[in-house]
Design a protein around this ligand. Structure first.
Ligand code: ATP
Ligand code: MG
Length: 563
């Protein structure tokens, strides 16, 4: 149980206190997704926290589907959630549970509450129930059914279960306090009638427990010590404790602890909105690499370790905040930098003819795959040929001040190779450059006004005849506003969030590539071969995982607390 080197946070402090006081002998947590959507990076934070804490304290974590709402749940989600948790690197062993496993037990507990006078069947229509509830500033009113005898409630509850009443005509409520300043304590519903097919229990049940009730009892059944949830449940904690107290649940009872949910700038985490983006075809399915879902992140090429690193770095807090996207991107870069090979690719190629290199000649150049650690994985051979491709924007017919790449009469340095000086160019009728002519030299020859040699910038290149055609997808933030609400997708979505470069070329030493292979393309960022690449018989398809640094932020001139 070595938790010394872990960053302290308030949850760990609580756990340490609980272990020291003997309240709990060990740590048991759970991750409780509702199977009504795909997991996203916010869930990843909760997963890392729940599984991470249990691991650090030598405890265990259950995966529990909170499947108490039959109308919105689907088996597709149950499967994807398990895949995603596993992919993140966590394991629940044989502890896969469903709240629906406890339906019978939950029902029995509810009967007990009725018998003990802590619950009653209420016949108010849903609208009336709402009106009787009061507001934040006004107390609620007692339901006319609040005084119903336990015997009668029990009988009605059993008949609710037997399907005698239509939906919305009755519900089971806790008898707490309609004047409580905490609205959650104003006789909340415990069971409602719902004649819907459940993905696991079929049509066996026509009444379903409410979340607040099912959650604490499920935690208690599983012997959870610390029930970690997001801040919006803070006001529900008295209810969580109330149910277990009134059920006289044996100690130690689970302790609910709340933390601030993850909000990520330029992204949206609401399941409802994500579903809308998918349904309206604004993205290409749940795993569109622009989405914050785990499926999308995986397809984009993020690694599980980078997500864990990100979650560790952002930590947990007790106050809601928005995290800058750069934190995620930085974690991915830090994770990939030592792990993936560097090669060169040209995304928007323009042909360059090196006039002093004879046709058919291949100048062999040796370059490391890992420039920071050159001995690793040996070297790759680059071949400089008479015709090469460079990036279109590494050439300017009329260079702007400070442009130190290729332009007429000026030089650039080819990565791992020599200097090329531009001697001319050709363009088409629209003024688009079609060819650049150069002379190769070992030393820079251009001098500035004071006669000092100009040190040009380094540009990347690939040999024209030997390079491979590839397609590359470049992703930008899905939203153009920092904190999207999703209310006006037309104006909030970034119309340039996906750009496909279909004429890109890859250096030959990258070898045959397969789905999931990752590379750093020098100067351009980290890329992964799309899982579906090659299926259509076309050239390999790469997704850009992340650029090398965040040019967008620099352009906007923002200076903020960067990772
Ligand atoms: P819903 O509105 O459908 O309840 P949800 O995002 O809360 O959506 P759940 O499946 O209930 O989804 O969430 C499972 C767990 O993940 C919960 O414990 C929840 O608190 C946590 N969680 C959800 N969103 C975030 C987030 N953005 N940051 C951290 N934890 C989150
Ligand atoms: Mg939820």
């Amino acid at each position: 149980m070595d938790t010394e080197d872990r960053p302290k946070n308030f949850i760990r402090t609580f756990i340490d206190e609980d272990l020291a006081s003997g309240r709990y002998r060990g740590v048991s947590t759970r991750f409780p997704p509702e199977p009504n959507g795909y997991l996203h990076i916010g869930h990843a934070k909760s997963i890392c926290l729940n599984f991470g804490l249990a691991k650090d304290y030598g405890g265990r974590t259950n995966l529990r589907f909170d499947d108490t709402n039959p109308a919105k749940e689907e088996v597709e989600y149950v499967d994807s959630i398990q895949e995603d948790v596993r992919w993140l690197g966590f394991d629940w062993d044989d502890r896969l549970f469903y709240a629906s496993d406890y339906f019978e037990r939950l029902y029995e507990c509810a009967e007990r509450l009725i018998r003990d006078g802590w619950a009653y069947v209420c016949d108010l229509a849903p609208d009336d129930m709402k009106a009787y509830r009061g507001t934040l500033t006004e107390p609620g009113k007692d339901s006319p059914w609040r005084g119903r005898a336990a015997e009668e409630s029990l009988d009605l509850f059993r008949r609710m279960r037997a399907g005698e009443f239509p939906e919305g005509t009755r519900c089971l409520r806790a008898r707490i306090d309609m004047a409580s300043p905490n609205i959650n304590m104003r006789d909340p519903a415990i069971y409602r009638i719902k004649k819907a097919e459940h993905h696991r229990t079929g049509d066996r049940w026509v009444i379903y427990p409410m979340y607040d009730y099912a959650h604490c009892v499920s935690d208690a059944i599983e012997g959870i010590s610390h029930s970690i949830c997001t801040l919006e449940f803070e006001d529900h904690r008295p209810l969580y404790d109330w149910f277990l107290e009134k059920l006289d649940w044996p100690q130690p009872r689970p302790r609910q602890i709340e933390f601030a949910r993850l909000n990520l700038e330029y992204t949206m985490m609401s399941k409802r909105r994500l579903l809308q983006l998918v349904k309206e075809g604004r993205v290409d399915g749940w795993d569109d690499p622009r989405l914050p879902t785990i499926a999308a992140i995986r397809r984009r090429g993020f690694t599980p370790s980078s997500i864990r690193l990100f979650c560790e770095r952002i930590g947990v807090a007790k106050k809601d905040s928005w995290i800058e996207l750069e934190w995620l991107e930085k974690a991915v870069r830090d994770d990939l930098n030592p792990a993936v090979k560097r090669v060169m690719a040209v995304l928007d190629p323009v042909r360059v003819v090196i006039e002093n290199l004879p046709e058919g000649r291949e100048e062999r150049i040796s370059a490391p795959f890992f420039p920071d650690d050159p001995d690793r994985m040996g070297h790759r051979d680059l071949f400089l040929t008479r015709e090469i491709f460079i990036e279109r924007d590494d050439f300017m017919k009329e260079p702007v001040p400070g442009f130190l790449r290729l332009s007429p009469g000026r030089e650039a340095r080819l990565r791992w190779a020599a200097y090329v000086k531009c001697t001319g160019w050709e363009e088409d009728a629209e003024g688009r450059v079609t060819l650049i002519r150069c002379q190769l030299g070992q030393e820079p020859t251009v001098v500035d006004a004071k006669g000092k040699p100009v040190r040009p910038n380094i540009i990347h290149w690939v040999p024209a005849p030997l390079s491979r055609p590839v397609a590359v997808r470049l992703y930008d933030r899905l939203f153009r506003v920092e904190r999207p609400t999703g209310e006006n997708l037309d104006s909030e979505l970034n119309p340039e969030s996906l750009v496909t470069m279909s004429e890109a070329r890859l250096e030959p030493s990258a070898g045959p590539v397969a789905p999931w292979d990752r590379f750093q393309f020098e100067r351009l960022g980290y890329f992964m071969v799309d899982p579906a690449s090659g299926r259509d018989g076309g050239p390999p398809l790469f997704n850009r995982i992340v650029a090398l640094k965040d040019g967008w932020v620099r352009k906007a001139g923002r200076k903020r607390n960067r990772p």
